[in-house]
Structure formats: C-alpha cells, structure tokens
Design a protein around this ligand. Structure first.
Ligand code: SF4
Length: 458
C-alpha cells in the first residue's frame, strides 16, 4: 500500500488519532455508506461496539463522542471544535441522533454505546457499527483504527486486493536502505525523491499548497495553545502552562533564559506544550503522525523557522516531505500505534520524523539524515504507553517537549558525522516492532500499567 505525506499529516481534532480521529472517520464512513446503499431511511437505531484499547481508554480519549459525531456525518478535518460540546449535549438531552446529518434515530447511550472487555484478532483498536430496523440487523461493519487516524475495514482484510492505496510510485521504497540507494543512484535528496513520489497523486503546486496549509494549521494550533489557559478537561485537573511559559520567555532577564542554546530549548518546549495542550483540550490540530505525538514535528519546525532568518516556505515543504519518508518506514515496517507497540511507535516515530525533517533543511546528506532519524528513534525504544486516566495528558504532553529537544540533538550529532554509523535505521525500526510485540498489553494504551497505575496507587 502506498502512503502519502497527506496520510501522515492530517488536519483533525484532539485528543487522539487512533481513539478520536480514526473512530470518527469510521463512523462517518459508516453513515455515508448507509446513505449510498439507500438504507438510511430504514434505520431506527445504531449500535456501537468498542473493543480492546478503544474500550479500555475510550472515555478518556473521547472515542464515544467521536463515534457519535461521525454517525452525525461529521468529519474530523471539517468539524468546528467549538460546536462539539453543544452537539453532544443536545444529543444526550433529546436522545435523538441525526444519522448522516439527515435521518433522526433513537439514541440511548447505555443501550447503544457498548464498551466491551474483548479483543478482536486483527488489531487492539477495533469497533463494530451495526444499523438496525424494527426487524433486526440491516448492515454492520467492523473497523480497525490502526494509528494516525488510518482506518481499515474488515472487508479490506477479507479481500486485501480491494483495499489500500495502490498508486504506483516512481521511487518505491520499503526500507531506509532502499531509500538511500535510490537517492544515491538518481542524485536526489530525500525531499526531492518524496516530491517525485507525491506527484503520483497530485501536481507539485497542489502538494506545496497542501503542505503549506498543514503548516498553517500547525501554526494556528500553536497560537491557540499559547492563548488558551485554565485546566484541561477530563478530571485530572492538569493546568495548561504554555501561555504562562510564553509570557515568561518574553520577559527579558528572566533567570531561566541564560543563554541562546538553553533559551532556544525553552522555545522548543513551549511549542510542543502548546500543541499538546490544545490536543488534550480537543482542539484543532494536525496528526504528526498521531495526535498524542502531534507536538514534536511542529515544535522542531517552529524552532527552525524562528531561529533561522533565512527560513522560507520551501524549507517547510522539504521538512515535511523528508519527515514523511521516515513516517512511511515506521508505519510500513513497525507501527505508529501506541495500542500496538507502545509510545515508541507514536513519540518515537514522531521524534525520528522530526529529526529527518530538520536534517534535510539543515543540508544533511541522505546518509546523515538517516543517521539523525536512527539516533532519534533508537533512544525512544521501549517507551511504553501508560496515559494516566486514559487521557492524553500525563505523560504525553511533557513527553512531546522532551522528544522535540531529543530530535534536535540527534540532528546535531548526525551533522557532525559523515553518515556512517553502527546501527541502521532499518534495524532500529525492526527492533521497535519486535519490542512492541514483546511488550505486555498493560503498556499498550490500556491504562492498566506504568504511570497510569502508579498514579492511582498514590
Ligand atoms: S503515552 Fe504516548 S502513545 Fe500513549 S497516549 Fe500518550 S503520547 Fe500516545
């Protein structure tokens, strides 16, 4: 299956790509299919069955609300986040759901939204939607939210040739070794190669335009995160701190701003905190490649744009394309889903992608870029997913800031070398996959281990 840069960077809403964006897209797809099949008018109710991690942390990740919004015909890239609360309140009060935005059906939360203590074999993030009329089942479909907002239908698994994007790319690669070889043979940088591949879907002008829109959405998310204050939703009473930190950084002579390097690092922290607080609050953001890890790439790109007076739109395009090359490798050869391989798949992949993007715009050779991505991912191996209360807040928000700084450090180390190094990016990605397979389920987005449990015991 071919993966585009626009599959990895998608405008959506918080707090989770696998538990919010993916389920919302699945439910909207389901509602749309009912309309296309002429079944909509016959439906009297819809049952939502959530399995595995979607059930275990679904409330904290707003999976239930995402499913309801999707059934109402809402899509994560188009919905105004400010309308979510009133829409859900109205639905709960009236117990009536406007299916696909046009067919009113009865809705009873306790009866129709089921959190099941069961797993389906294909993936831990599974959900089944079933439309019923007075007589029984009309149509049902099972969806898997496999990370980063990607969804897979059971029908695609049953008939694999029918599913996925089958675009034919000029420079197909499935490993970093193949990517490096193609760059070498054709004399291309990683972003040039990626641009050539992206042209299989759309024109260069459309690609540039689309990536600059992604960048604008990332900037807007940071701006919102710097403006909004207060307590994050969900019950943990986590205080937003980006706005306060921003004010502090703007004050000259503050003791925490003691030199250009440390000062820059604080700005990187700030950008990451702003994005992840906005994500935790359910705001508009960009999957990069997931919501939980959405602060790392914007933070590193903001850092580059802020501290490099020569930075321009071409750099933004090159950064995102190069970052996507590593995201594609992580997704193809391991996973970008915390429920599948732990946080190494989310924050680790994003850290590695950010390092690749920064290395590209700082003029790294392809081997140096691969080295930067490798260092960044290697030092996230084994990272578990243990969100306290099932909310994408602790440890997720700070973890993004730490990983953004780590990505910059990885690039600095790689740029001091010639690209030769001990362990390849391919081996590290394979190690991430194998480590994820060995990882106990308690550490894979179920909130049954690690910090999630430590917090409860305290
Ligand atoms: S711990 Fe990592 S993978 Fe888990 S929800 Fe938080 S950011 Fe996502």
């Amino acid at each position: 299956m071919a993966i585009s840069v626009f599959d990895l960077f998608k405008i959506g809403i918080g707090p989770s790509s696998s538990h919010t964006v993916g389920p919302m897209r699945a439910a909207a797809t389901f509602a749309q299919a009912l309309g296309e099949d002429g079944l909509l008018a016959r439906v009297t109710r819809v049952e939502v069955r959530l399995y595995g991690s979607l059930s275990a942390t679904g409330i904290g990740h707003a999976t239930d609300r995402a499913c309801l919004l999707g059934l109402m015909g809402q899509w994560p890239d188009r919905i105004d986040p400010h309308t979510i609360e009133p829409r859900i309140d109205q639905l709960m009060q009236e117990q009536c759901l406007m299916l696909d935005g046009r067919q009113p059906i009865d809705f009873n939360y306790t009866r129709d939204m089921l959190f099941l203590n069961e797993n389906l074999a294909y993936h831990p993030n599974a959900m089944t939607l079933e439309a019923l009329d007075g007589q029984g089942s009309l149509f049902s479909q099972t969806y898997y939210s496999v990370g980063g907002g990607f969804i897979v239908e059971q029908a695609e698994i049953d008939a694999p040739q029918a599913g996925g994007d089958q675009a034919s790319l000029p420079y197909e690669f499935s490993s970093a070794a193949e990517l490096l070889e193609l760059c070498k043979v054709y004399g291309l940088s990683v972003s040039q190669l990626m641009m050539a591949n992206e042209r299989a879907w759309r024109s260069e002008a459309e690609i540039r335009d689309g990536l600059l829109k992604i960048w604008a959405a990332m900037r807007e998310c940071v701006d919102n995160g710097l403006r909004n204050e207060g307590i994050l939703p969900g019950g943990l009473k986590v205080k937003r701190r980006a706005a306060r930190l921003h004010r502090s950084l703007q004050e000259v002579g503050k003791p925490n701003v003691i030199g250009s390097t440390l000062s820059a690092m604080e700005w990187v922290n700030l950008f990451a905190l702003a994005v992840n607080e906005e994500n935790a609050a359910g705001g508009r953001m960009v999957t990069a490649p997931t919501n939980g890890a959405a602060g790392i790439i914007p933070a590193v790109l903001h850092y580059y744009m802020k501290f490099n007076p020569e930075a321009c739109d071409d750099d933004v395009v090159a950064f995102l394309l190069a970052a996507a090359s590593v995201g594609i490798l992580c997704k193809k050869n391991a996973s970008i889903s915390g429920a599948e391989v732990g946080c190494q798949g989310e924050v680790g992949s994003a850290c590695s992608m950010a390092a690749a993007g920064l290395a590209e715009v700082l003029g790294a050779t392809p081997p140096q870029l691969e080295n930067a991505a490798e260092i960044a991912l290697e030092h996230n191996l084994g990272l578990t997913c243990d969100p306290v209360g099932g909310l994408v807040q602790v440890p997720c928000i700070e973890r993004n800031a730490i990983a953004a700084v780590k990505a910059i450090n990885a690039v600095q180390m790689a740029l001091r070398g010639d690209g030769e190094h001990f362990i390849s990016l391919d081996r590290v990605i394979r190690t991430m996959r194998d480590t994820g397979a060995d990882m106990h389920a308690n550490y894979k987005e179920t909130s049954r281990g690690g910090l999630a449990v430590a917090f409860v015991e305290c």
